[in-house]
Design a protein around this ligand. Structure first.
Ligand SMILES: [Zn+2]
Length: 322
């Protein structure tokens, strides 16, 4: 699938979708046109353990405000939500959320759709970010792509043959829980030796031994030539590269797109990842894969949500994305 800037009718020019990035700390919402441009956005804090009813109420109110006179509801193709947990996208159902209690098998697409009278689709947040990067970001033109988001957790999405690969029970793409040590560090998922236990935000800060309180501080120091800070990125990049070498051998992707806050380390991290993948993966797939930084930044969830909404609307989507 690639974005098509070719023929477009006057009607489709006006068309837009709403992307909703449902995070544990913030809910970000935006109107996105069919070229991936964010026309307007809103951000509200997520209440602790927000209930499905509160979520529906909040999102409905904020979207209603976003749909001002200049954005007509009839030009909106629908709403796409990225949620931090296990999502059955076919049924529009959130099976559970990772850091928010009280969400078990919630038919969120139906609940919100009933209140707002627009089609609603929902998927896992990393899958949604992957769709955004595929259609409007660093993955444009790719058919086989792996997308990673690095933060407190490490999420991932897989595109095979231009389609999102969701797996047998909607749980595919959990690259953060690829093990790189047989008896390694305990992981939040209950497993051991998962890459997330080595490259997640908390671990990176712990590696700073009290000298740094954020990955950004480590990057700043590393850019000034601080050897200790450089050694942290060397360690993190080697761990991540080790996991990605397996991903490259397994999936032979054209590109690996790396986003999320930790990816702001840029070359400090990515150069080590590239070197490690070259050393550890098989020559063919290692030689062809491009490892790049994500392009959509803070808007990835909103833009990806809109792609999800467009994909549910056959006419709009076929005009926008092939
Ligand atoms: Zn794990």
């Amino acid at each position: 699938m690639t974005a098509d800037s070719g023929q477009r009718t006057a009607d489709s020019k006006r068309q837009f979708a709403v992307g909703v990035d449902f995070g544990a700390t913030r809910i970000k919402m935006g109107l996105v046109n069919n070229r991936g441009k964010v026309l307007a956005r809103k951000v509200v804090p997520t209440l602790k353990d927000i209930s499905p009813a509160e979520f529906v109420r909040t999102v409905k109110n904020e979207i209603t405000e976003l749909l001002s006179d200049s954005f007509k509801c009839r030009d909106c193709v629908g709403i796409g939500i990225g949620a931090p947990g296990l999502v059955n996208s076919q049924r529009g159902m959130i099976q559970y959320l990772v850091n928010i209690n009280g969400w078990e098998n919630v038919s969120i697409a139906q609940a919100l759709g009933r209140r707002i009278h627009l089609p609603v689709r929902v998927d896992n947040d990393a899958n949604v970010m992957t769709l955004g990067e595929l259609v409007y970001g660093a993955g444009r033109g790719c058919k086989n792509l792996v997308c990673l988001t690095l933060g407190t957790g490490v999420g991932g999405g897989i595109i095979i043959g231009g389609e999102l690969y969701r797996g047998a029970t909607h749980a595919a793409g959990e690259i953060g829980h690829v093990a790189i040590e047989q008896d390694g560090r305990p992981c939040a998922c209950g497993g051991m030796g998962c890459v997330e236990a080595y490259v997640g935000n908390r671990r990176i800060i712990a590696l700073g031994k009290g000298k740094f309180s954020s990955p950004k501080q480590i990057s700043d120091a590393a850019r000034r030539g601080d050897r200790f800070a450089l050694s942290i990125w060397e360690q993190v990049g080697t761990h991540l590269g080790t996991a990605l070498a397996s991903v490259v051998n397994l999936l032979n992707p054209e590109k690996i797109v790396i986003g999320g806050g930790v990816a702001n380390a840029g070359g400090l991290l990515l150069d080590v990842v590239r070197k490690t993948v070259k050393e550890r993966a098989m020559e063919g797939p290692a030689g062809s894969v491009k490892i790049v930084k994500a392009q959509l930044g803070d808007n990835a969830g909103i833009v990806g949500g809109a792609v999800l909404a467009f994909s549910g609307q056959r006419t709009a989507f076929s005009k926008t994305v092939r």
